[in-house]
Design a protein around this ligand. Structure first.
Ligand code: NFS
Ligand code: SF4
Length: 635
């Protein structure tokens, strides 16, 4: 089957052929069926905020200029954007809240969770200005839990403590001047919903500032909080070798896939898969093969070395292998079609969260208190289901790549410290200054059915590293780049420009890898974009310049989720040029578009959005930006 218009991933391509043969509908079929998509919606010009609507504004200026209430195009676009970004923030904040609850349980003796990384515990405590010396870990963890919950119970006008503790001072001052420092994440998200109801804010500029605030809510009550607490609970990632793509599934093993975003259940699934190996053998399998999809997959990869099955757009194809005995989902990015696809095979879908249920799936009501019992139950059901697998319907593509993951900031600094123990960042910064590394780009975010699966990530990143730009990555972007073979030492030889390769080789050898560092570093899940933020903060502070002066950029080449918009808003607020490879639904608001992509955002925040739908042009747009920043720094 010629799958080139749908995906560049050969494993996905093979399974698209099987999907057709098995007459199973996938996301690509549904995308076709949706064409042409509504022009008003694509431009953000449709409003359904009250029951006088829906109202639509004519983008050509011939029909209505105003909604029934009098809202104009910019207002409708700005309101829709604020709601999207608030929803993205809500998703990450809700995730982080679960992480606080988990840490709270870990402060109790003999509970299902423990503090696995006391060093991170102490580092986070110190950042929060807690007295560390002489305290035991559990007491310290309790104080951290109190501060985290304190942000959610903050009924004063003071900014969130987690933000003040983790954001650069220069940024805090900038945000304060703009009046966008969030106080209490729940309050801010509520306020955004209120602010966008009918008959509220009519000023698009004020709405954009509120959107910036939501970006900060996402970053500091969502991403950073979740990463910090998950590291404390499950360990800070260190470099780990594993594999990526659907070829990691095995015919003679029980295959269990963890999918979604939170590590609380999946860490337990990892534990119980090891404990129940014997039962799998009794069922006639050689053992249990775990693999991950989306960010739960990234979490288990970063900390446990569990291989990646695939990323967002190909999640249905994992089931179409016919070899998945259980797919366990928690929250976010779980296609509502999964149970329908699974009904064509023997695969069991287990939903586990009270806010994510799916007709046709089996719901196991996971709770933190009963984490072990539930994880054991799920793994055991996966093992039982192996017996029902129809071998004649199995096709596992023989496609997988090796990869290195686990590049937390601590791990990167650790590797660099082998070159310069006193000043670990010096070798990196020296090589940026002398131009061996032209700059760095963080590629993040999703797949999107509007883009040939993985193609934008891979094409753009190859072009960047060829021009000596170091790439760090998270989310489904990381999974796309891993599958494309960009996270192995050989990728430095094969794809990196000469000077970048020299640096990667020196660092890799210095760090004891006996091989170059990969030119693309996997920094984790989407909440782990906080790690990229921390790396930027560290570089900026070492150079004694604000982040907005650094020769760096961000990109979400194939973004689909509201979460990607809220993360992107934060990146712009940090002062980073942020590329989007899919046009966001804002073009109907000319003023809004100009503010977000033009001088206004840049003069207020130091960053702005940059929309370019061609991967090679986008790479060169980012390179030009990096060069301009280098020039301004005089390097
Ligand atoms: Ni991020 Fe991760 Fe993937 Fe997009 Fe979804 S899994 S949180 S939202 S699709 S990158
Ligand atoms: Fe129409 Fe205004 Fe109601 Fe939106 S809020 S649906 S623009 S009347």
């Amino acid at each position: 089957m010629d799958y080139g218009k749908m995906t560049i991933d050969p494993a996905a391509g093979q399974l698209l052929g099987k999907a057709r043969k098995d007459q199973v509908e996938t996301v690509w079929d549904r995308f076709e069926a949706q064409q042409p998509q509504c022009g008003f919606g694509l431009l953000g010009l449709c409003c359904r905020h009250c029951n006088q609507g829906p109202c639509r504004i004519d983008p050509f200026g011939e029909g209505p200029k105003y909604g029934i209430c009098g809202a104009d195009a910019d207002l409708i676009v700005a309101r829709n954007l604020l709601r999207q970004v608030a929803a993205g923030a809500a998703a990450h904040v809700d995730h982080a809240y679960e992480a606080i609850e988990t840490l709270k349980i870990a402060t109790e003796e003999n509970g299902p969770y423990t503090v696995k990384d006391p060093d991170k515990l102490k580092a986070v405590a110190a950042k929060l200005d807690l007295e560390v010396a002489g305290k035991n870990n559990l007491d310290l963890a309790k104080e951290i839990v109190d501060i985290a919950f304190g942000d959610f119970g903050n009924h004063t006008g003071a900014p969130m403590k987690w933000l003040l503790a983790t954001a650069p001072q220069e940024r805090v001052e900038t945000w304060q001047k703009l009046g966008v420092l969030p106080r209490n994440p729940d309050r801010e998200i509520r306020e955004a919903l209120h602010q966008t109801t009918m008959g509220m804010d009519a000023d698009p500029v004020n709405l954009i500032l509120a959107t910036v605030k939501q970006g900060l809510v996402d970053a500091y009550a969502g991403l950073h909080l979740a990463t910090d607490l998950q590291d404390i609970l499950f360990g800070t990632p260190a470099p780990v070798a594993t594999e990526a793509n659907l070829g990691v599934l095995q015919e003679d093993y029980v295959n269990i896939i963890v999918h979604g975003h939170e590590p609380m259940l999946s860490e337990k699934i990892v534990e119980w898969s090891k404990k129940l190996e014997g039962e799998a053998q009794a069922a006639g399998a050689k053992g249990i093969q775990l693999a991950g999809i989306c960010c739960t997959g990234n979490e288990t990869l970063m900390r446990q070395g569990i291989p990646i099955a695939t990323n967002f757009l190909a999640q249905e194809l994992a089931i179409i292998t016919g070899a998945v005995d259980a797919m366990v989902v928690d929250v976010q990015c779980i296609m509502p079609s999964l149970a329908r696809v699974a009904a064509c095979y023997h695969t069991k879908i287990f939903t586990t969260m009270p806010i994510v249920k799916m007709p046709g799936a089996e719901h196991i009501d996971f709770s933190l208190a009963e984490a072990d019992k539930k994880a054991e139950e799920i793994v055991r059901k996966g093992v039982e289901n192996f017996r029902r697998r129809d071998k004649s319907r199995v096709h596992i593509p023989d496609v997988k790549t090796k990869m290195l993951g686990g590049f937390s900031v601590e791990a990167i600094v650790g590797a660099l410290a082998k070159l310069d123990g006193e000043n670990p960042l010096k070798p990196l910064v020296d090589n940026i200054i002398n131009g061996n590394i032209l700059g760095a780009v963080g590629t993040v975010g999703c797949n999107n059915a509007k883009v040939v699966h993985d193609s934008f990530h891979v094409t753009m990143v190859k072009e960047l590293i060829k021009h000596n730009v170091l790439v760090v990555t998270t989310g489904c972007s990381a999974q796309a780049l891993a599958k494309a073979g960009l996270m192995v030492p050989e990728a430095a030889d094969k794809y990196a420009g000469d000077t970048l390769r020299t640096v990667l080789t020196a660092v890799g050898n210095g760090a004891g890898l006996n091989a170059p560092l990969p030119p693309v570093l996997h920094m984790g899940s989407c909440v782990d974009n906080s790690r990229i933020g921390d790396l930027l903060s560290a570089l900026a502070s070492y150079l004694n310049v604000p982040i907005k002066a650094l020769p760096v950029a961000a990109s979400a080449p194939e973004h689909q989720h509201e979460k990607a918009l809220s993360i992107g808003t934060w990146a712009v607020s940090l002062g980073v040029l942020t590329h989007l490879g899919v046009i966001p639904q804002v073009l109907g608001g000319r003023k809004v578009t100009e503010i977000l992509t033009g001088d206004t955002a840049e003069s207020l925040l130091g960053g702005k959005f940059y929309v370019e739908t061609d991967p090679i042009k986008a790479a060169h747009g980012l390179i030009e930006h990096i060069q301009a920043k280098r020039h301004a720094l005089g390097i």
